[in-house]
Ligand binder design. Sequence first.
Ligand SMILES: *Cc1c(COP(=O)(O)O)cnc(C)c1O
Length: 505
Amino acid sequence: MDQRTPEASREQTLDPADWEAFRALGHRMVDDMVEHLATLRERPPWRTVPEATRRALDEPLPHAAQGETNVYEQFLEHVLPYSNGNRHPRHWGWVHGNGTPLAMLADMLASGMNPHLAGYDQAPAIVERQVVAWLTELMGMPSTSSGLLVEGGTMANIVGLSVARHAKAGFDVRAEGLHGGEHPRLVVYHSSETHGWLRKGMHLLGLGERSLHAVPCDAHGRMQLAALSEAIALDRREGLRPICVVATAGTVNTGAIDDLASIAELCREQDLWFHVDGAFGALAKLSSKARELVAGLELADSLAFDLHKWMYLPFGVACVLVRDARAHRETFAMNAAYIAPQARGVIAGGLPFADHGVDLTRSFRALKVWMSLKAHGVDAFARLVDQNVEQAQHLARAVRAHAELELLAPVALNVVCFRCAPAGVAENVLDALNRELLLRLQERGIAIPSSTSIGGKYALRCAITNHRSRLDDFDALVDATVALGRELAAESQAFGGMSAARPSS
Ligand SMILES: *Cc1c(COP(=O)(O)O)cnc(C)c1O
């Protein structure tokens, strides 16, 4: 029974009617989730969603209350077990991070506190500024740079590209837009290995895909500089306006790192914006050993990187840093009367974060970064980056050492691309064999690599941004891959033509 007065009980709130019961439920949630994380290794990384769960999750709009405990139990049964599995020690697919227990709790605190992070001169904003200052220092960018935390690498990159467009268009894009006018087409250069965010960004910014100029890569997946220079010169001769070069530190296919210092120099000479997509690769900066691999990153005009990939934090948090703080602000700042800056009161300090990106209302994602960097120390993250680089080398060595495995790309950082080539299997069926092999690795709950295509060959691909993996996890992957390869070779019927003998050279 509701103990409040009849008057009060008519007033609605989403706070619990019984705070003690709610507290107990909260404790149970924390206990269950901690237990889940502590025992990850005992479960397979991934399971298909059972039909019963699909049916249970297909419900009419719930008009009436089902109750917190009831809904939580549905979560335990139908949601928790069936994710894509990236928190597991044997997940190396695409480029995902694991998340961390501490940052999970930090997200809870941030949600509980629920401050508005458009700006304001309040503690959460001071925390975000501190985090951005630390990240600026770690990346080696000047302390006068500006920065912003955003949802992911895609948004961080698009913010950088937006500033590039604003700064280099040669006219007032904010006022004029790209419609009509007398201005030439604005061209952006990138390598054939650039991640898909760039096309999305070109669409959104109205630049259009036809304003992208793809530059071919060398055998190591790095943008060819001579080809880049030629492309810029050619476009200038044709009356187009080159504005920006997008380089990548850690390509999504193979982890290749463009020659950042040389591209920076070319951009300076050519008056172009130098944007670096360092979604995961930028984090190599943390390690004194891996740092030299991404030398030149600190010369970027804008640099985007994720903290939810190679810094292992829960989704979604990424950072964009911009060398020219004024250009950054001028790209996004609004002067609306209802948020006019004041010297005193709650709005003092204005809305600096909203003035540096797309979002107005922003969550306190800085808290998990701040707590994690302080609690674990930057050096712990540096050691983990080194550990992942060493694990990639370990896996590559194991692949090279095994007669039935083939390394398909050089291992520049933390990405390993390989395939299984069992004895007696013809080249023309290896794609089909490895495609099926990957599905069996995943469906049998052994491990989660993903795939890509390297020089026209289907490749199993491990991108190692996992703080839970151990060397023996990679040994287990190698053993399972070889065993599955033999199993598939024996099932040759399923792959018409597989029995055709492979030249044994
Ligand atoms: C993951 C990735 C992105 C996109 O980042 P999200 O956080 O997924 O939005 C961009 N570039 C590269 C190289 C990536 O690996």
